[in-house]
Ligand binder design. Structure first.
Ligand code: C2E
Ligand code: CA
Ligand code: CA
Ligand code: CA
Length: 279
């Protein structure tokens, strides 16, 4: 049978079908992943350079698929956002991270906070603030020990709504951070209205910090901005001593990155905390 466009067309639909099949497969697998307990949280330390101590950790989701192996969040978070599966997934992340920190605290590890990534869909959901409050009570966790990381694009999605939700979250007592700061589209006028506690410098600016004067300028400006607005600042993606030294010299004392540790499973993080307490 002669189809429109001949072989090219057939090839095209075949490729499309394959892609679609892959997507549907991924979607189905993702749908089952929660029930099958295939998600795990890894934790990456956040270090205060002044004291040399771990002050917190960021919870980062991993998908341990029986056939695909370890799937990085970059490969499934966008699909989870699109399909709405980010809602049950995000709820699971929040609950697990809070319970895990509570466990570490009851084991004697004090003065720690846990940072949890929040997606736009979660933030837009009715009852998000209530669910955060419930999780905190259920876990028995002090609200000030929870830091929610919001991206600029998430907040800019619906600025007015985001500002309302941020105020409610602040009333609960949780800490708020702007993730990937400087990469999004929020203006300084908006920042003034955001009730955030922390600016998190994106690793894209940190990477070439010591060789690219533009990146160096951006980073020092963000640090100065945070200081002037009375906000804390933390750098992500710190991989080298040179980056660390630059950041410290310019007044950024909290850092996160491979230089200190890669994200590790909770079981391994316990040992990291033991070491930290011995310091
Ligand atoms: P993010 O929030 O910016 O997280 C930081 C990412 O940088 C993590 O990638 C982390 O493993 C990686 N990283 C940490 N230190 C270094 C370093 O020194 N060098 C380099 N090159 N990379 C470093 P990961 O775990 O693959 O997560 C990717 C993104 O997926 C996250 O970016 C976040 O946007 C999203 N994500 C992860 N977990 C969750 C989650 O539970 N919920 C939501 N909504 N998003 C999540
Ligand atoms: Ca983050
Ligand atoms: Ca980032
Ligand atoms: Ca991010």
């Amino acid at each position: 049978a002669k189809e429109l466009g001949g072989d090219n067309y057939k090839f095209y639909t075949h490729a499309m079908r394959e892609q679609l099949g892959e997507r549907v497969q991924m979607e189905n697998a993702l749908r089952q992943a929660l029930e099958r307990r295939e998600f795990v949280l890894y934790y990456q330390p956040q270090v205060d350079i002044g004291s040399g101590r771990i002050v917190g950790m960021e919870a980062l989701i991993r998908w341990q698929h029986p056939e695909m192996g370890m799937v990085a969040p970059g490969r499934f978070i966008p699909l989870a956002e699109e399909t709405g599966m980010i809602l049950p997934m995000g709820a699971w992340v929040l609950r697990s991270a809070c319970q895990q920190l509570r466990t570490w605290q009851s084991e004697g590890h004090r003065n720690l906070r846990v940072a949890v990534n929040v997606s736009a869909r979660q933030m837009a959901e009715q009852g998000f603030v209530g669910s955060v409050a419930d999780v905190l009570v259920e876990a028995g966790l002090d609200p000030t020990c929870l830091e929610l990381e919001l991206t600029e694009s998430l907040v800019m999605n619906d600025v007015e709504h985001a500002i309302v939700v941020m105020r409610q979250l602040k009333k609960l007592g949780v800490k708020l951070a702007i993730d990937d700061f400087g990469t999004g589209y929020s203006s300084l006028a908006h920042l003034k209205r955001f009730t955030v506690d922390v600016l998190k410098i994106d690793q894209a600016f940190v990477r070439d910090l010591t060789v690219d004067p533009d990146d160096a300028a951006i980073v020092t400006t963000i640090i100065a901005l945070a200081a002037n607005l009375n906000l804390q600042v933390i750098s992500e993606g710190v991989e080298t001593l040179e980056q660390l030294s630059f950041l410290r010299a310019h007044g950024c004392s909290q850092m996160q990155g491979y230089y200190f540790s890669r994200p590790v499973p909770a079981s391994a993080f316990g040992a990291v905390l033991d070491e930290n307490d011995a310091r």
